[in-house]
Ligand binder design. Structure first.
Ligand code: SAH
Length: 260
């Protein structure tokens, strides 16, 4: 019986693979992501894709940066999708590589919609989203029967028009832990609204910087403290905020948790 290798998927010229690169540690790539890094002709990557992941690209692959530098957008979303379409039309194997999972706060949905409209065929390979990878590496179980039945992943950054439509009070009322992406610069305001929504001021909060990367660091505080003195990011390190009862679960684990 002939056996095909399920990991060796043909990467057809003229197609785009939208692939999640995970939160940073190259060991968290999927096998399909690694395969795509080896096969792609061109890799269009975001700022959050780690150097360790890019180092696994085939030496013949052309690397194109399409992200934000120093917080200033250097590529518009429209430019990026047009570029993907153009590269696919040149009959290249195009790897669109995004940090974490491409469909979790990553605009991957917008990109594949544009590809579909342009008649370009694509494949989507999920990645470990920073929220889940970051919790695991920080020793915080995402769910446990004693603490929570749900986990809320939420963007702390306002929508494209600058309007914050997140109903923080309703999220607080749900009484379930929150994992907040892109929220550090607005932490004081978010903490204030969560307290107003009914969360106890002493609710524990962890901030995970550069999760799963060599510089990984976690700091802990409370909602009340964060409202008063919100910590800042060292440099431009990406950060996740974890709020709620799951934070305390790490107390029993940290002494025996091996460093990443
Ligand atoms: N698609 C990505 C999220 C993109 S939004 C995913 O699924 O993970 C960008 C935000 O993700 C950052 O502002 C930060 O809040 C978070 N993030 C991504 N990588 C991170 C990391 N290694 N450590 C901490 N936060 C990270």
């Amino acid at each position: 019986m002939s056996q095909t290798n399920p990991i060796d998927v043909p990467f057809a010229p003229g197609t785009v693979w939208l692939v999640g690169a995970g939160p940073g540690d190259p060991g968290l790539l999927t096998l399909h992501a690694l395969d795509a890094l080896q096969k792609a002709d061109v890799i269009v990557y975001d700022a959050l894709v780690s150097d360790g992941v890019l180092a696994l690209a085939s030496p013949s692959a052309q690397l194109e940066f399409a992200g934000k530098r120093g917080g200033r957008p250097s590529h518009s979303q429209a430019d990026i999708t047009l570029r993907l379409i153009e590269l696919a039309r040149r009959n290249l194997r195009v790897l669109r590589l995004k940090g974490g999972d491409p469909f979790v706060f990553g605009r991957g949905g917008e990109e594949v919609k544009a590809l579909a409209e342009a008649g370009v065929r694509f494949r989507v390979v999920p990645g470990i989203t920073a929220g889940l990878g970051g919790l695991a590496y920080a020793g915080i179980p995402a769910t446990s029967r004693e603490t929570n039945q749900a986990l809320i992943l939420v963007a702390g950054h306002p929508a494209a028009d600058g309007e914050d439509r997140t109903n923080w009070e309703a999220l607080a009322a749900a009484g379930q832990p929150l994992v907040i992406y892109m929220g550090l610069s607005r932490l004081a305001e978010i903490a204030r609204r969560l307290i107003e929504g009914g969360l106890a001021p002493e609710t524990r909060l962890a901030i995970l910087f550069e999760a799963t990367m060599p510089g990984q660091k976690a700091i802990e505080t409370t909602l009340a403290e964060a409202r008063q003195n919100p910590p800042h990011s060292p440099g431009a390190a990406p950060a996740l905020i974890v709020v709620g009862a799951i934070v305390a679960l790490r107390d029993a684990l940290l002494d025996h948790l091996l460093a990443p």
